[in-house]
Write a protein that binds this ligand. Structure first.
Ligand SMILES: NC(=O)c1ccc[n+]([C@@H]2O[C@H](COP(=O)([O-])OP(=O)(O)OC[C@H]3O[C@@H](n4cnc5c(N)ncnc54)[C@H](OP(=O)(O)O)[C@@H]3O)[C@@H](O)[C@H]2O)c1
Length: 213
């Protein structure tokens, strides 16, 4: 049995991950950590633990992380660097190694061409905040995987390819369902993409900006 803690469990990708884990046969015990915890009851597996908490509360984080094998963080906000510091320090204190962290495209200026320029301009300080959070994690000695999705859609499809940190980012968009599928693989296969930062995009979606924008 693998104990998995999901931080920001009501996030849109996280909800897809929970749904996909529920329909897989892998033996997982989920702990769902979120603010206003009533919101997750509709999809929480019957044997899951639900914790009402904020990641800026390190005591709550410590309680939630005790006994976990994998931490999957689906967080957001301009304080994302501070959240990363708290997550890393509590994981270190409890000697938990495996972290899956949702970041964003553009944090290494790895998005080429006109789309890269548009992405930088459109996302502004969000990119710097997410880059700072990513650095906190990459400078830790955790077994992390950073996930850098393209612009997210709610399309009901699983269709994606990945790029490594050393490569240029591909495409402009990807569905949350696809990113969730990748996260589920990371949760189920402990050695997959360890200490890597992985871009996730839908194939053949190159352009100057996402098609719908
Ligand atoms: N939109 C895009 O095109 C795009 C592209 C690439 C990457 N991303 C990033 O990918 C990540 C996941 O995407 P998503 O669609 O799943 O995002 P989302 O629905 O906004 O989920 C983020 C979750 O983080 C939670 N959160 C934020 N601060 C928290 C705190 N202090 N304590 C506990 N929970 C906290 C939020 O909780 P509350 O519901 O309580 O606010 C929210 O549920 C986000 O960081 C997003 O910025 C987005």
């Amino acid at each position: 049995m693998t104990n998995v803690l999901i931080l920001g469990a009501n996030g849109q990708i996280a909800r897809q991950v929970i749904a996909q884990l529920k329909s897989s046969k892998a033996a997982m015990k989920l702990t769902l950590f979120l603010r206003n915890a009533d919101r997750i009851k509709d999809i929480a597996p019957a044997d899951s633990t639900i914790i009402d908490g904020d990641t800026t509360d390190t005591d709550a984080l410590k309680k939630a992380m005790k006994g976990q094998d994998v931490v999957y963080a689906n967080l957001a906000g301009s304080n994302i660097e501070a959240q990363a510091k708290d997550v890393v320090s509590v994981m270190d204190a409890l000697r938990i190694k495996r972290l899956i962290w949702i970041s964003t495209l553009g944090i290494y200026d790895e998005v080429p061409g006109k789309f890269g320029e548009w992405n930088n301009k459109t996302l502004g300080s969000y990119i710097q905040n997410y880059a700072a959070a990513a650095q906190v994690i990459e400078h830790s000695d955790l077994d992390y995987t950073l996930v850098r999705p393209a612009w997210l859609t709610n399309k009901d499809e699983i269709d994606y390819e990945t790029t490594e940190k050393s490569e240029e980012f591909k495409g402009t968009e990807v569905s949350r369902k696809s990113v969730a599928n990748f996260v589920v693989h990371l949760i189920q296969e402990p050695n997959l993409e360890v200490k890597h930062s992985v871009g996730v995009n839908k194939p053949n979606t190159d352009g100057d900006k996402p098609a719908w924008y």
